[in-house]
Design a protein around this ligand. Structure first.
Ligand SMILES: [Zn+2]
Length: 110
């Protein structure tokens, strides 16, 4: 279980680097037909998310270190603010998330 979570976190780091090594054209060159427009839009959106992550990569890396510590401590997947379990889907998307979605929204709102 711990190994699995650790793998998930380190895979997130790898993905972060790999996803920015190719160009957007490489991903979308075969998606030139109109009926693939939605797929291209999704690729563009994913790219934007990756760029945002890359801009914050220093923050992300420290978050990942934190996540690894939390795995050691057995507090991984627990919201640091309210103590509730973080949703599984959220951890799938953001393995190093430290807050549940509700607390994250509160934090982003300021
Ligand atoms: Zn919370």
């Amino acid at each position: 279980m711990l190994t699995e979570e650790r793998m998930r976190v380190s895979n997130a780091v790898d993905h972060l680097h790999e996803s920015n090594s190719g160009s957007l054209e490489d991903e979308t060159e075969e998606e030139t037909y109109d009926n693939h427009l939605a797929d291209s839009a999704t690729a563009t959106l994913n790219r934007e998310i990756d760029y945002t992550l890359e801009e914050n990569s220093e923050h992300v890396l420290s978050s990942i270190d934190e996540a690894l510590l939390r795995i050691e401590n057995g507090t991984y997947g627990i919201c640091v603010r309210c103590g509730s379990p973080i949703a599984e889907e959220r951890l799938e998307a953001i393995p190093y998330a430290t807050r549940c979605i509700d607390c994250q929204r509160l934090a982003e709102r300021g």
